[in-house]
Structures are given as structure tokens and as C-alpha cells.
Design a binder for this molecule. Structure first.
Ligand code: AMP
Ligand code: MG
Length: 284
């Protein structure tokens, strides 16, 4: 894990705990590695980084903020991926800070910062830094990271499968790219897939830039179960923009049985209109 994963989790957990002292936060990291004597230097770096925002940060406090996280789910809890797409972050590509609120198994709020994602769809050379947020029943929005005007998002309206743009992971271990390619061919999709790290892919579907986000488990990782913090924030952002999110078999996502989505297999996100057609093509 990087300084950023630990630092991001320390800051966000501290703030949530102050505002909502009774809430459980289910976050990806814990402080075990940081507390090991061989990692003193890493802990110092994390503390210095957190100290730029929270001046009274100390190594002990930073570890205790990180450990506000618990993996025991309750009726109401937050999920946090402090840096989703760490591999993309290290490569200088896409990553996201992804926070969601879950009540009775349903995602109610999602907030996702994508510091390296271009703001205007289809303009990868343009200004970067997006904040996506969605509240159940109230829509999905995007702003810049400076808190500028918000834009309401809506998914692509295309009902022609061959015109769909598919987005998928960069990492070959995270999804079955060959299966995706066969599926794309069977749907007659013309454009090559848009490969992108992190839940930024949900944002790309929400703003109508891609039409499909596919994540069929890689054959190298048979039986892989997705983590709830990798999908909670992204899924509501896509749904509130008019998209549909299920697993790759068409089942609703399960955010309530544990940190792993035990009842699900892969992920399928579409503009809604094409969902059944894609599921049908997957079964063939
Ligand atoms: P992405 O950037 O979309 O490829 O997804 C990044 C996330 O993939 C990480 O946060 C990991 O939790 C998750 N991940 C790790 N191993 C696997 C795997 N074998 N299959 C699917 N996802 C994985
Ligand atoms: Mg992640």
C-alpha cells in the first residue's frame, strides 16, 4: 500500500467519525503494516502528509484514525476505498477515492473523487479532476475538485449495441478481457474498449461517455469475489444517472452479506436500454 492509501483513509475516517460518531466505516486498509517496526519511515511519511490537512496528526493518531474502520457490517454503514485503482495511481493513470453510505443493504449516497480524470467527456487532453456524487432518488452529478458548478449526469441513450463503447479494467487479472472481446464482437461493437482503472469507469458510464462497463472475473482468478468498497459508490452514481447495475449474471449487487459480494459474479453496468441484450449475449 502507498502513503496515499493510508493517508486518505486516516483523513476521511477521522472526519466521518466526528460528524457521525455512531456510524461504522468499512474501509479497505488497517494500520497493522504501519505499526510494524520495519515501517516506521512509511508511518512518518503518512503522518507528514496527513499533517498538511490536520495539523495535530501524530503517528499514533493516524493509526487510530485508520482503525476506525471495521469489517463488521451493520444496518447503516459507510464503505470507503481510500485509493481505488492503486495500480493506476502508481502508473499515473486513473484512480478514485470512493465513499458510499449503505442503509438496509441499499446504497443511499455515493461520492467519488477522480483527481486525474478529464472533466469534459471525450476530451482526454482537457482540464482534469472530477468529483462525482449521487443521492438515492435525487440524481447523479459531476463538478470539478474546486467545487464549481455541478452538472447533472445522464447515461447514453443509444439503443444500438454496435454503437456502444465498452469500458473495462486495465489490469488483465481483474477481468476476462478475452471474454469481453468475444462479447463485443457478438454485439457488433465497432470501437476498441476504453481501458481505465478504478471506479472512474462508473463515472464514465454515468456521464454517457461509455455505454457498458463489463467485469467478468478473469480465468486466472477463478472464484474471485468483489469487495463492497470497489462498487458501492460507483454503482449509485451510474444508477442515478439512469444506468442499470447488476452482476454479470443479471443479479442485483449484494452489499449486505459481508465485505465480499459473496452472492455476485462479476459486474455489468449499462445505460439500462442495452442491459437485457448484453445479458442475453453473455449467455450464448
Ligand atoms: P480496476 O481498477 O477496475 O481494475 O479495479 C481495481 C480493484 O480491483 C482493486 O481495488 C481490487 O480490490 C480489485 N481486484 C483485485 N484483484 C482482483 C481480481 N482478481 N479480480 C477483480 N478485481 C480485483
Ligand atoms: Mg479498490
Amino acid at each position: 500500500m502507498t502513503i496515499a492509501d493510508f493517508g486518505s483513509q486516516a483523513i476521511i475516517c477521522k472526519v466521518i467519525k466526528e460528524r457521525f460518531p455512531k456510524d461504522v466505516i468499512v474501509a479497505e486498509e488497517d494500520s497493522e503494516e504501519l505499526r510494524s517496526p520495519s515501517r516506521v519511515h512509511l508511518l512518518e511519511q503518512v503522518t507528514r502528509y496527513v499533517g498538511t490537512l490536520i495539523p495535530d496528526a501524530s503517528p499514533e493518531k493516524v493509526c487510530s484514525w485508520i482503525d476506525y474502520s471495521s469489517h463488521a457490517l451493520q444496518e447503516r454503514f459507510w464503505t470507503l476505498d481510500p485509493i481505488d485503482g492503486t495500480k493506476g495511481f502508481l502508473r499515473g493513470d486513473q484512480y478514485a477515492i470512493a465513499l458510499a453510505l449503505i442503509e438496509d443493504g441499499m446504497v443511499k449516497l455515493g461520492v467519488m473523487a477522480c483527481p486525474n480524470l478529464y472533466l469534459e467527456k471525450g476530451d482526454p487532453r482537457g482540464k482534469r479532476g472530477c468529483l462525482f456524487f449521487a443521492l438515492r432518488g435525487r440524481g447523479s452529478f459531476q463538478t470539478d475538485l474546486q467545487g464549481g458548478d455541478k452538472t447533472r449526469l445522464s447515461v447514453s441513450k443509444t439503443d444500438i449495441p454496435s454503437k456502444a463503447l465498452l469500458t473495462e479494467s486495465v489490469e488483465a487479472d481483474h477481468a476476462d478481457h478475452e471474454f469481453h472481446q468475444r462479447l463485443a464482437r457478438s454485439l457488433g461493437i465497432e470501437s476498441p474498449p476504453l481501458r481505465m482503472d478504478s471506479q472512474a469507469k462508473y463515472g464514465i458510464v454515468a456521464r454517457g461517455e461509455a455505454t457498458l462497463y463489463l467485469r467478468v472475473p478473469s480465468p486466472a482468478e477463478v472464484g474471485y469475489k468483489e469487495n463492497i468498497w470497489d462498487h458501492a459508490a460507483g454503482s449509485i452514481i451510474a444508477e442515478e444517472a439512469g444506468g442499470k447495475v447488476t452482476d454479470a449474471l443479471g443479479n442485483p449487487l449484494d452489499f449486505s452479506s459481508g465485505i465480499k459480494m459473496e452472492r455476485n459474479h462479476g459486474i455489468l453496468v449499462t445505460n439500462g436500454i442495452l442491459h437485457d441484450a448484453v445479458l442475453k449475449a453473455m449467455r450464448m
